[in-house]
Ligand binder design. Structure first.
Ligand code: WTA
Length: 655
């Protein structure tokens, strides 16, 4: 099993229709209905989004302008006032949903907890008051470095409630990476836990926070708020650190949601790009609330009795939009799981589905491939009959894995939504609507209503049917990122001027390669820039290179991705050493560990190759395409005539 190749995908013509039974009950019931919605949105995008904003969300004050578009800067629902935590909690309390399960949590060691909407509301209000007690005010930023426990969602909603922006840092990132993000976002408070469970081991999160904050290296941080999860020995520093359970006893559970402007900052989430350090993707309140809400409702076809489970981590955008905000805004029951697939517990996902009667299940192709390898006997030994809809996200899915998912997990009866989107887009952009759009294994199918997706060349012209090109979006949408935090120029350059605007027409450049087939279906082929996607995690080659060259032994480093059966891609680093160092197994290990310390375990190179020199052009640019081919063990496809020194290539080949 491997990544889809162009050949395998071009041969993929199977078409899967939803059953009549599924379609009849679905939110969007037919292809005609999808087309009608798409046309409605196309004819008058502002009227379309305004209609949904009006009917789907609660507003303290209505907007006066739907869209103020000063390319590439958009403002949606200008002068409207709302609060996403109100939309996720308060508005359900006056309905029968008050005592419905909002969050079902399954802990790694087997503990679990269910919070109804009323209970979740209460905890969020208390947490919000605890943040206020620590001096957090509307407009501040709060860093979250959390395990997958209910308090992660509670803290996010509490920030939103008081009008502070959260910046969640994935708990697998190192102290160094955490520090960079806290500094960039100028966080005032850090919310963390003593530890969290990750694959049979405890991650000492608070210890990492201490390292990140050591010697006053993040001067903006005045306090930390620490949730007790694992109970291990934890150092608490004087006036700076506070236990959540201590503060909880002191604060009231009354905390009205702060009316926020539509364009007030909701959160910053850092993501990797092809250049420089990770960028802070900025999302604001109104547009994001609407977009995460309506995509969840239509794509996951939420019905009131459903139990919905997305396996992402809240440290990524998928966790933000499709564990927390989208499902709760819809009044759904959302499952949160602290564990991860691994050989020591090969049935873990299927146990959760059986135990909680999960109806809708959303995961990554990498997880699916890992489970295929662990064997069909594990899912087959569980009752998965509650499932009615499956989803995937994060990377292209190879048709073999799609079919396995459909047959073995979905029992042949569940539609699959393959959802293409990005941290920057806020919500899903290209996907099937499960009761309406027939699916093809490996294709994300069609754009969501209101999304003018296209495949273009570098001049911005649409390419022909089945021709390869670049994925782009031709019109702003409510969930789009607003800017790069603190760097609007970078936002403009990377996303909107990569394709030079013609006659004021700005195109959003996604950074993915794609093709559209004769039915208009999109086939996303993967990144076209220096971003690699390892097990659905997005990493910049530059970040890993910087980490490597910060080690005294390394003179130069070039990092590329190579296809990997399980992870989609794996990291290969080519490294030249400083004069006094020579290659050894010990150094190899040390360098891998160095990357883990600098970034986190997700960035550990699968392979490091020592080289005498790196292949460069005469102007000194590293020839990455060539290294990619070498790493993948395929024929060199790039032009080598520009190579400055051909012997470098020969030596690399010899290894
Ligand atoms: C890739 C994750 C193919 C793509 C939500 C994109 C996909 C990057 C798919 C964004 C999919 C995501 N098919 N590729 N269904 N979904 N991608 O920001 O390369 O972590 O640009 O957001 O993941 O990754 P990010």
């Amino acid at each position: 099993m491997s990544q889809p190749t162009i050949e395998s995908i071009l041969q993929e013509h199977r078409l899967f229709h939803p059953s009549a039974e599924f379609s009849q009950k679905a939110q969007i019931k037919s292809l005609d209905e999808y087309h009608r919605l798409y046309e409605e949105a196309n004819a008058d995008p502002q009227a379309f989004w305004a209609r949904l904003a009006e009917t789907e969300l609660h507003w303290f004050q209505k907007w006066d302008t739907v869209l103020d578009w000063q390319p590439p800067f958009a403002k949606w629902f200008v002068n409207g006032k709302l609060n996403i935590s109100y939309n996720c909690l308060d508005r359900h309390l006056t309905t029968w949903r008050r005592n419905k399960a909002a969050l079902i949590w399954e802990g790694e060691p087997g503990d679990s907890r269910t919070l109804t909407y009323a209970q979740l509301h209460r905890e969020v209000c208390q947490f919000a008051n605890a943040l206020k007690h620590l001096g957090v005010q509307k407009g501040d930023r709060v860093g979250l470095y959390m395990p997958m426990i209910p308090e992660a969602a509670i803290a996010m909603l509490a920030c939103a409630r008081v009008g502070a922006a959260h910046t969640v840092v994935f708990g697998g990132f190192s102290a160094e990476a955490l520090r960079d993000r806290l500094v960039d976002g100028q966080a005032k408070v850090v919310v963390t836990a003593d530890g969290g469970w990750r694959k049979d081991a405890i991650v000492p999160l608070k210890e990492q926070v201490d390292k990140a904050l050591a010697d006053g290296s993040v001067p903006s941080v005045t306090h930390t708020l620490v949730v007790k999860r694992t109970g291990q020995e934890t150092h608490m520093q004087g006036d700076r650190d506070h236990w959540w359970h201590d503060l909880q006893k002191q604060v009231s559970a009354d905390c009205p949601a702060e009316p926020m402007g539509s364009e007030d900052l909701l959160f910053i989430l850092y993501t990797s790009g092809s250049t420089g350090k990770p960028k802070g993707v900025v999302h604001t309140t109104g547009g994001y609330n609407l977009y995460s809400h309506i995509t969840t409702k239509w794509i996951f076809d939420l019905q009131d009795t459903d139990v919905y489970w997305c396996t992402a981590d809240v440290g990524w955008i998928t966790g933000h939009s499709y564990i927390v905000y989208g499902p709760l805004s819809n009044g759904a029951t959302t499952v949160m799981y602290e564990g991860a697939p691994r050989a020591s517990n090969p049935g873990c996902f299927w146990d959760v589905i059986e135990k909680h009667g999960v109806n809708i299940f959303y995961t990554a192709p990498t997880a699916i491939r890992a489970f295929i390898k662990m064997g069909d006997e594990h899912p087959k030994a569980r009752d998965l009959s509650s499932l009615r809809l499956l989803g995937t996200v994060g990377e292209p899915i190879n048709p073999e894995a799609w079919i396995w998912y459909q047959q073995v997990i979905g029992g042949g009866r569940c539609p699959i939504v393959d959802t293409w989107w990005q941290t920057e887009t806020g919500g899903i952009m290209i996907t099937a609507l499960p009761g309406a759009i027939p699916t093809k294994p490996g294709s994300a199918t069609l754009p969501f209503p209101g999304i003018l997706a296209d495949v273009i060349d570098l001049e911005g012209n649409s390419v022909g049917v089945n021709e390869g090109g670049y994925l782009a979006v031709r019109h702003p949408w409510p969930g789009m990122m607003r800017t790069v935090y603190g760097d609007p120029d970078r936002f403009r350059r990377i996303y909107w001027e990569h394709i030079p605007p013609k006659e004021g027409q700005y195109l959003y450049f996604a950074g993915d390669g794609a093709r559209r087939d004769e039915d208009g279906y999109f086939w996303v082929m993967g990144r076209v820039d220096d971003v690699i996607n390892v097990a659905g995690h997005r990493l910049g080659t530059m970040e890993i290179e910087s980490a490597l060259v910060s080690h005294p032994a390394v003179a130069e480093a070039a990092v590329v991705g190579k296809p990997d059966e399980l992870k989609g891609q794996d990291i290969v680093a080519f490294v030249t050493l400083e004069g006094t160092y020579s290659p050894s197994d010990a150094l190899l290990k040390e360098l891998k560990q160095h990357v883990v310390n600098e970034i986190g375990a997700i960035a550990r190179p699968g392979e490091i190759r020592f080289a005498e020199a790196l292949p460069k052009t005469r102007s000194g640019k590293i020839m990455r395409r060539l290294l990619r081919d070498l790493a993948s063990g395929v024929e060199i496809s790039s032009d080598t005539s520009t190579l400055e020194d051909r012997s470098v290539l020969e030596k690399l080949r010899e290894g």
